[in-house]
Design a binder for this molecule. Structure first.
Ligand SMILES: Cc1cc2nc3c(=O)[nH]c(=O)nc-3n(C[C@H](O)[C@H](O)[C@H](O)COP(=O)(O)O)c2cc1C
Length: 269
């Protein structure tokens, strides 16, 4: 991925991960597993595959593209904890997970900028875009150590191998009139969601952390009042697990516990 220009990094929507119809290759129907009978794979009607009427821009091949083509392969470390879904979802959402084992190698700026670009285009209340990110690349050893030093000990133990650490910082009030923005954290979360999905599509792993010292971070980067450090985010490449089969499955609450209709706690179905 090194040496790849941002310009070349732009054709990010390809058949392998997004439902766009930009080529002659037929899109595969999605499969979802029924969690009550995990062996059985249910073939679902593809509802997502109606393409957006966008004309795709085909740019010359890049290393980003080749990474994308390979990381969807079975057995790739990005895929060892793939979500077992009940309803079909976009590939990067199913593939995303928060690893504890990173391969300590650099990440190139174009890749990181592409993830930040995805974050930048998140929706936000009044288009306020209250998110901010402080970047510390592992090769910038002073900065990286400074950010690592803000983490709680447990997080330091594994985040030390990330390619980059990002401090996410939220602006608490609207720039226009200074009134409090009660959607600020919500919107930073949306931006991080975009960032993570984009990163996953590029074969890059993301692990967000609340376990750090916000006052230490504020002091270390001179973050003014009105802005609050919210998370530190480890970004990098998953180290292949010694035994992929031993990876514990990811779990999620059932829909009935969080999707309601009619009244609180009455499941929507
Ligand atoms: C805001 C936020 C804070 C988190 N803080 C930590 C943390 O301090 N340390 C850690 O090991 N994981 C942390 N995580 C990762 C979660 O534990 C993880 O996302 C969750 O277990 C679900 O696993 P998955 O991301 O692999 O699906 C955090 C995640 C989020 C979104």
């Amino acid at each position: 991925m090194r040496g790849c220009s941002l310009k070349n990094a732009l054709p990010l929507r390809t058949k392998s991960s997004f439902p766009v119809n930009d080529g002659p290759e037929p899109l595969r129907p999605l499969r979802a597993r029924n969690p009550s009978s995990p062996q059985k794979s249910t073939r679902l009607k593809s509802t997502r595959l109606k393409s957006t009427p966008l004309k795709s821009t085909r740019l010359k091949s890049t290393r980003l593209k080749s990474t994308r083509q390979t990381h969807h392969a079975r057995g790739h470390p990005m895929n060892v904890k793939r979500a077992v879904v009940e309803h079909p979802i976009l590939e990067p959402l199913a593939e995303r997970w928060s690893p504890y084992e990173f391969d300590p190698r650099p990440i190139d700026r174009a890749t990181l900028f592409t993830c930040l670009e995805a974050a930048r285009w998140a929706a936000s209340s009044y288009n306020e875009q209250p998110w901010h990110f402080v970047v510390a690349l592992r090769e910038d050893t002073g900065d990286f150590a400074k950010m690592l030093g803000c983490l709680v000990e447990f997080n330091q133990g594994w985040a030390k191998d990330a390619s980059a650490l990002l401090l996410s910082v939220v602006a608490r009030s609207f720039r226009k009139n200074g009134t409090p923005n009660r959607m600020a954290e919500h919107d930073l979360g949306l931006a991080m969601g975009n960032f993570s999905a984009q990163a996953t599509a590029l074969g890059v792993a993301v692990h967000q952390m609340a376990g750090f010292n916000p006052s230490q971070a504020r002091h270390a980067w001179g973050i003014p009042e009105g802005f609050d450090p919210l998370t530190v985010v480890a970004v990098g490449y998953v180290r292949p697990p010694a035994d992929p089969a031993a990876a514990t499955a990811r779990a999620r609450r059932p829909f009935r516990e969080f999707v309601f209709s009619g009244s609180w706690n009455r499941p929507w179905q």
